[in-house]
Design a protein around this ligand. Sequence first.
Ligand code: AMP
Length: 615
Amino acid sequence: MSIDPAAELPFFYGSISRSDAEQHLKLAGMADGLFLLRQCLRSLGGYVLSVVWNLEFSHYPVEKQLNGTYCIAGGKPHCGPAELCEFYSKDPDGLVCILRKPCLRSPDTPIKAGVFDDLRENMLREYVRQTWSLEGESMEQAIISQAPQLEKLIATTAHEKMPWYHGKISRQEGERRLYSGVQPDGKFLVRDRDDSGTFALSMMYGKTVYHYQILHDKSGKYSMPEGTKFDTIWQLVEYQKMKPDGLVTVLGESCLNGKAAAEKTPNLPAPRPGRTNGYTPAPRADGAVSKPANNVPADRDVLPMDCSGFNPYHNPNEVRRFNIKRNQLLIDEVELGSGNFGCVKKGVLKTDSGQIDVAIKVLKSDNEKLVKEEMMREAEIMHQLSNPYIVRMLGLCNAESLMLVMEMASAGPLNKFLSANKDTVTMENIVNLMHQVSVGMKYLEEKNFVHRDLAARNVLLVNQQFAKISDFGLSKALGADDNYYKARTSGKWPLKWYAPECIHFHKFSSKSDVWSFGITMWEAFSYGGKPYKKMKGMDVMRFIDGGSRMECPSACPERMYTVMKECWTYKHEERPDFKKVEESMRSYHFSVSNKAKPEEAAAAAAAAAVAEPVE
Ligand code: AMP
């Protein structure tokens, strides 16, 4: 699931061996400067660039640095593998020649998965299943949106129930355990060294036990001294089963800890016990705060899955009912917002398994029939949708007035939140939120619904890390054979968010939602800025028809602006769909979330410099 930053490159082959690489280059003709990129088996996250010159092969390891950049030993750092290859296509900078011609993968040559890819995937799934009790589609949604954060989480705990992990035992006890029973070369165990949080590897070779310290740098990477760096202890162990990397021999059979001896397959650690979480809810523009999620360890940010709103249906039949009785509902006086129909109030829904915070759209009692019908239509649409990144309707209550009961997104609209929290919300945070919006929109596209009012004001936040699409007042379900909705008359339309075909031909499709997504991105990356400044709707139409587009908001990453411009492709046939937009957002989100921050990188470099020698 986690995307390799090189996955989009047509000359990237994944985890193939050196001889396979040479075979591909031979088949492609051995021209000078012919090249391909492959995954490095030695270093996690690294690559090897294989180049042909004078009918000979050169293989250059590309290391992933602690600060997230990539470089060939002695060369300049680059922010990604694509940028690195582009650089060397213009300047040899120490290579045998410039990269002239990519050796392209043929359609029947898929990218080969790496040795750790499957292991990591299984770990991730097991962790999500155990920690948040998620299964099926909600598990997939959690992984798709939070893979980088999850990988960091399992990195710190994944070894704990491995059969070779013996916890805090002394060096002597480690030796005693290794000497008991058979003593083949490579038999090993991992133990805690002391209370410092570092580990040691003890292994058998020639009937003697050797001990090695496992280094743990400030950026969280594990390594043997001078060895390859890994995100997790278990990856280091798996790697050293293949290559000695400084040990007397490769790792062999596990010396089983007492518990593992009785088990066949290792389990992941149980979810950590609930603690009071350290999450400080970000203040809302109106001064209210979002409610913290329960059981979030103090040392990490709250994730969408920590909130009950990620998967509220422990028993779908119980909560997700259409009709809610008035006595199940407590309505607060606090107003969350208002619109033509009436107002949205805070409330609590009582269910058999507890109480849920809700937002209640209350129709003005003196409202005319038309508005009531509109609200019923909105309810009808929302009732058919269930996705963590879309505000769910929990039901309708027809009492003193008609009320639409929805799950609560207490940190309010995205545009207001961002303009009130400019100093604390990072670019990566916005990328994460906008990726979530693209996941929700991809779901709508798959279900053949058009939103027709996607804008930052209609993206509500549960908290700083969790966004939900709301306001389905203008939405339509398309017929099975239709790919657009044709509005008979124009209404009070948000023209600045609308694609040209909506304005000129009243045609609405998922592709026109993609245009609105681009405007929503622009709003988000300008921290709640107003699109097209003071221009009127008609001026905007002329501006767009004339081929102009809004400029890149200051501090918005170039790749995000590229996605925006793609969303603003004039002809809807040529515009990307949400499947494509979500992919672009995901690959950028994963790449920025995986990068170490500059200060972490500096601290890690300093820590590595003072690392202790081998035991
Ligand atoms: P709407 O007419 O759906 O755009 O709602 C008007 C305002 O009510 C929004 O801008 C929000 O501030 C608030 N609101 C609507 N739905 C919710 C919700 N589910 N959770 C929290 N606030 C909401």
